[in-house]
Structure formats: C-alpha cells, structure tokens
Design a protein around this ligand. Sequence first.
Ligand SMILES: Cc1cc2nc3c(=O)[nH]c(=O)nc-3n(C[C@H](O)[C@H](O)[C@H](O)COP(=O)(O)OP(=O)(O)OC[C@H]3O[C@@H](n4cnc5c(N)ncnc54)[C@H](O)[C@@H]3O)c2cc1C
Length: 381
Amino acid sequence: MADNLLSEEESLLRNTVRDYSNDVLATRAADYDESGLFPWDNFRELGDMGLLGLGIDEEYGGSGGSTRLVALAAEEIARGCAATSVVYIAHLSLCTQFINRYGNEDQKNKYLPDLASGKKVGAFALTEPGAGSDAAALTTNAVRANGHLVVNGNKTYISNAPEASVIVTLATRDHSLSYKGIDALIIDGDLEGVTVNKLAGKMGVRASTVGEIIFDNCHVPVVNQMGGDGVGFRQTMEVLNASRISIAAQCVGIAQAALEASIEYAKNRKAFGGTLSDLQAIQWMVADMATETEAARQLVMNTASLRDAGLPFNTEASMAKLFGSRVAMDAAYKAVQIHGGAGYFSPTPVERYFRDARVTEIYEGTSEIQKMVIARNILTD
Ligand SMILES: Cc1cc2nc3c(=O)[nH]c(=O)nc-3n(C[C@H](O)[C@H](O)[C@H](O)COP(=O)(O)OP(=O)(O)OC[C@H]3O[C@@H](n4cnc5c(N)ncnc54)[C@H](O)[C@@H]3O)c2cc1C
C-alpha cells in the first residue's frame, strides 16, 4: 500500500514491524519451522515492541490503536514468519481481544496487563472433536456448583494451547439450548483439571504450537464467566468476524513474501541466454501475483477502515478472508513453480510458504463457511 495512503502513525508502525520482520523474524523462520518449537523470543520481542497490546485499551496495559494498525502489523509479521503471525493472532485477536471486549473491570484488570505485555500467552478454545464449522454443536459443559463452574469436555486444534496461561473457552450450560446455552469463560492454564497435549504432524505454520485440551472436573470460579448466560456464542461470532481481518492480513503477508522471493529468483536465475525474468510466462505469473496480492491488501484495509469507522464489516471480513487465503495459496503455488526444482526444497523459503498458506483456507472459518456467510448476508439484505 502506498505510503501516502497511510497516516503517519500507520506508516511508522508498518516500517518498524517490516524492519523487525526482515532483520529478525525472517532469519529465524526456517529453524522454527524445522524444530516446531514455540517462538518464545519472537513472542517476547513482539511484547517489548507493544504489538501484543495493539487494539487493547491503554488503561489495562494495552497500546490502543486501530484495526488498521493491527492489520498492518499482522501482514508484516506474517511476511517474515507465518507461524509467528498465527501465535500473534490467536493471542491478540482471539484471546486478549475477547477479554478486552467482553470482560468486566475485574477480569480486565486481572488478565489484560500480562497478556498485552507478553508475560502470559493466551489461547482461544472453541473447536472440539465433534464441533468445528458447526460450532454451536459443542458439548464441553460448564455446570454451576458451589460458586464454581465445573467444566468437562475436550477441545482440539487450539493454537498456543501448550504454552497458554489464559484460555478463553466456550462451554455449554445446557446442550439442548444449542447456541443459546453457550457461555464464555476465562480458564487459567494451570488450573487443576486442565490437561493440554501438544498435537504433532502439522503441515505448516509448525512453530505455532497447537494442542488438544482436556477439562476434567475443572472448577472455574463463577466470576470468570464473561457476560451473562447464553451470550457466549454471539460474543464468539463478533470476535471471529473481527479476527478474520487479521487472518486476511496474514494471507497478504504470505503472498507478499512469495512474490518477493519470486522476483528475486526470477531476476537472478539464468536460462536461455538471459534470466527467468526475461520470459513472458514468468512475467505473467509475477504480474498476477502482484495484482492479486494488492487486491487482497485493499480488501483487508477497506474492511479494517469500516470497522474503525463503526460501520458494518462482517460481509467484507469474510470476503477478505476468503479472497486473501486463495491469493496466499495461489501466490505460494506460483512461487514454487517459478523456483522450479529449487522451490521443492527447504533452503528456499517458498516450500514453507506453500505449506504455511494452506491452513488459511481452514481455520477461523473454512472457505466454504465464508461463502455461506457472504451469500447469507447478501441474499437476505
Ligand atoms: C492449525 C490450526 C489451528 C487452529 N487453531 C484454532 C484455535 O486456536 N481455536 C479454535 O477454536 N479452533 C482452532 N482451529 C480449528 C479450526 O477453526 C477448524 O478446524 C475449522 O473451523 C474447521 O472445522 P473442522 O476441522 O471440524 O472441519 P469440519 O467442520 O468437519 O469441515 C470439514 C469440511 O466440510 C466443510 N463443511 C462443513 N460444514 C459445511 C457446510 N455447512 N457447508 C459447506 N461445507 C461445509 C468444511 O468447509 C470443510 O471443508 C485450528 C485449526 C487448525 C488446522
């Protein structure tokens, strides 16, 4: 995005995160991908830079700031290391933002300062083995008893769960009430009855650790419920709608990284008496990648601007996520193609981009679910 369309604050933030991403995140990304370890140093540095508190109220230790700023940060982080951007978004846009939005004074004072500074890692636990796209079918239950909510059930594919000290969890009081029975709870990761098992065998974004969570007679204080009874599902949909802007920005970051690697390679790889960049077939791929990446970026920034202006943005957020994830996949695919055999091996980063891009079509609502949302909103208007 041209600098003159960003405010001074936006331009400064983007350039600062871009430099950090180039100099630090990108240089560590391959090692983290290989080890699959949680990127603690990246996470702490994002905290030191104030980025983990972006969009979080300053009175609770956050940095304040707009949705546009979060989107710019998410894109630049993803450009250097997609896995770190997943850690970032799960922590900030799902867990921390949920508490910032729906927590009461006590909950915000207790949890937000440590989350916004990076002292604690946050996770958001909605998905279950039997409830993914159909989230209202969740069965983890929370039954009131003696000032506590006794939680039993299993969550799966939860980003940051193995490291999380704070887990925003969706549970049902009464399964027969469907979505109207769902409540949102803040659960401390070290509470008795909480067991987290790290899930292995991820295709991409490997340093973004993912776990299953087992709640076994876990006694959560009643004061840890956010909002009233039965509002958890609506809260979740609102948080997910906003977080999709961050995921769409992550997609733009992956696509931009694939584009930049392709330009560099095409200009240097010798073929047929010139370089790949002399060949029209390669030029056209690069032109498509650049055009689609910029179009995805404009969708992200437009949606973020709508949200910042207090205007409806749900349809646009789903469009940005749907389109962005397609563009990230397509750019990563073309980047591998432009690199030829080299693109199939890990010393070039594009094979990682290809694996990293894939999940963006799945989490925070699959592409099919985004189409359902867009079509429903358009057809019922
Ligand atoms: C790496 C990773 C990290 C994740 N992190 C988190 C996290 O932090 N917190 C969390 O709660 N969850 C997380 N998830 C879970 C993720 O949100 C779900 O995997 C996703 O919502 C899809 O649910 P599912 O896997 O159960 O697939 P399903 O819902 O079983 O869907 C399977 C297929 O059927 C399609 N489908 C389903 N219903 C419909 C329909 N009505 N119409 C058309 N097609 C349909 C889907 O689009 C998909 O193609 C993560 C997942 C992954 C892979």
